[in-house]
Design a protein around this ligand. Structure first.
Ligand code: F6P
Length: 542
């Protein structure tokens, strides 16, 4: 007898609906002339359309039943109220407090965390203003360039958001170094003047080998040209004690607590480079967008709740329809790093094999997430999306307006392409239409059939579209918080802890053990033959 009979029953209805849907044509569902309205939702000026999926009314009921049975609302409230829902690390999950601009108390173990959060925000703003106004100077004058040294959540969030908000940049140039590959560091430092460069060392733990190595090398680079490299250095970390080793004075250390997960940290000190690039006012707008999505998530009914709907559609495709991957396709070139950001958010959060109690997950974990901005992807992998034998649910994103009024015709083409792709994936092209095309090209007989078959699109391939007015700081904040909560809801329904990441440990440990071998010293005793062969080749390639 299961401990969760309601949840088991909800999963059973979910799978029964998914089975029924397998033979369904999405296009036929549009016999309901109001389908697009019935299977879309609006919030905070955004429109989420999921009508081009196999989900019908009964399937949606089953999905909502699953959310109810998994007690999504209860878990959501537990997260916002500071419960230690990250069981394996015994931590609360309160990154939402970083964007709680109202300052309404957020209690953790009987103490309000908000005064500390707001103090740090003020400290960040004052520092960003000093940099932007040229009051904080490098040893060669006002700061012209900022280099954020960090990896994973200490890089992807600020790097992605800084690029996304390029039209709002009015501060010094911002650069990002993450990879331990010296090429990353060398290519960024190549064009910079150490005497006017600010270095931000961003690491929650201040132990991550890539960041510590890059930080030491960048300080060495500075020390050749400036007397006191640490004077042009800032640290963002939860481990403020470890920062001392770098000689960075406390007033330039921006701390945050262990209840902010790395991949959820762009809203606080880890967002300092973004704040310097766009200014405190627009950074506050970004936070306000995230906070508005928090309020929506906490108050909207499940059926109208964007994060819940995105999560349910995701589960429908991966668990229900057995589609292995999910493509994220922003038709917004400045969101080029969003797929990478969402990869960490989704795959580090929900790429797990067991639940909080160590038991195997009954319905598997989250999907593989990948993607590229449109229209570039169209000329690379869309062939497979349209005609390959793997079905990949596509998540399109598009803004109504761009930022280049003189080039408005580009934006019209961008929108037309985005809409064309979801339409083509769904409707496809029949054999008879393909035959007509082949005949019009002059083919006949056997050749006509062969040519026609290759021009057939089976269609019936699902997609969703998130449309928004324009990619402002506020809208970006809304989108990121939307995806954070989507990942959370998926994790709750799958019964896993979205906030730990034990799967990254083994590779890190082995890399440490293998470094001496790469340097030509003794191999670890238990090293595999293949690894030994590769290491020998890489020491002396012949
Ligand atoms: O790769 C694992 C990870 O711990 C991520 O979760 C994190 O965002 C990244 O490394 C960087 O960690 P830190 O900010 O502690 O350097």
């Amino acid at each position: 007898m299961s401990a969760h009979p309601d949840l088991d029953a909800a999963w059973a209805s979910f799978f029964a609906e998914a089975d029924r849907a397998r033979t369904r044509r999405i296009a036929d569902l549009f016999d309901d002339s109001d389908r697009a309205v019935h299977f879309s939702a609006r919030a905070l000026g955004m429109l989420f359309d999921y009508s081009k999926t196999h989900i019908d009314g009964a399937a949606r009921e089953a999905l909502l039943g699953l959310a109810r049975a998994a007690r999504v609302e209860l878990m959501r409230d537990a997260m916002f109220s500071g419960a230690r829902i990250n069981g394996s690390e015994d931590r609360a999950v309160l990154h939402t407090a970083l964007r709680n601009l109202s300052g309404v108390p957020v209690m953790l173990d009987g103490e309000d965390v908000m005064p500390g959060v707001l103090d740090t925000l003020e400290q960040m703003k004052a520092f960003a203003c000093d940099i932007r106004a040229g009051r904080f100077k490098g040893q060669g004058g006002a700061i012209t360039d900022v280099v954020n040294v960090g990896i994973g959540g200490s890089d992807l969030g600020p790097a992605m958001a800084t690029r996304a908000l390029t039209p709002f940049h009015d501060g010094p140039r911002c650069h990002f170094v993450s990879n331990v590959d010296s090429a990353d560091l060398a290519d960024v430092l190549g064009g910079l003047d150490p005497a006017t460069t600010l270095v931000i060392i961003a690491s929650k733990t201040f132990t991550t080998i890539e960041t510590m190595t890059n930080a030491a090398s960048i300080l060495n680079w500075m020390s050749v040209h400036v007397a006191d490299p640490a004077a042009q250095c800032v640290a963002l970390s939860s481990a403020t004690d470890r920062v001392a080793e770098f000689g960075i004075p406390p007033e330039r250390v921006f701390g945050f607590e262990d209840w902010v997960g790395g991949r959820y940290s762009v809203w606080g000190p880890i967002g300092l480079s973004l704040m310097i690039a766009i200014g405190p006012k627009d950074f506050t707008e970004f936070l306000a967008g995230g906070a508005a999505m928090d309020t929506h998530f906490r108050t909207a009914s499940l059926a109208d709740n964007l994060p819940v709907l995105l999560a349910l559609v995701g589960l429908w495709h991966h668990q229900g329809m057995s589609f292995q991957t999910r493509a994220v396709l922003p038709y917004e070139h400045r969101l080029a790093r969003l797929p990478a950001y969402l990869q960490q958010l989704e795959m580090e959060s929900n790429g797990k094999r067991v639940g909080q109690g160590g038991q195997s997950l009954p319905h598997g974990s989250g999907p593989i997430v990948w993607g590229e901005p449109g229209t570039n992807g169209q000329h690379a992998f869309f062939q497979l999306l349209h005609q390959g034998t793997e079905i990949v649910p596509c998540e399109f994103m598009i803004g109504a307006e761009g930022y280049e009024p003189d080039l408005a015709h580009h934006h019209r083409l961008l929108v037309a392409n985005c809409l064309a792709q979801s339409e083509a994936l769904m409707t496809g092209r029949s054999l008879s239409d393909a035959r007509e095309i082949a005949a019009s090209l002059g083919f006949s007989g056997d050749k006509l059939m062969a040519q026609a078959e290759q021009r057939v699109f089976e269609g019936n391939r699902p997609s969703t579209t998130l449309a928004y007015p324009r990619l402002t700081p506020r809208v970006l904040g809304q989108i990121l918080a939307l995806y954070e909560h989507r990942v959370f809801v998926e994790g709750v329904i799958l019964g896993l802890n979205s906030f730990d990441q034990w799967g990254v440990e083994l590779g890190k440990d082995l890399a440490k053990r293998l470094e001496p071998l790469v340097a030509g010293k003794a191999p670890p005793e238990d090293m595999n033959q293949s690894t030994g062969l590769l290491a020998a080749y890489l020491r002396a390639p012949k």
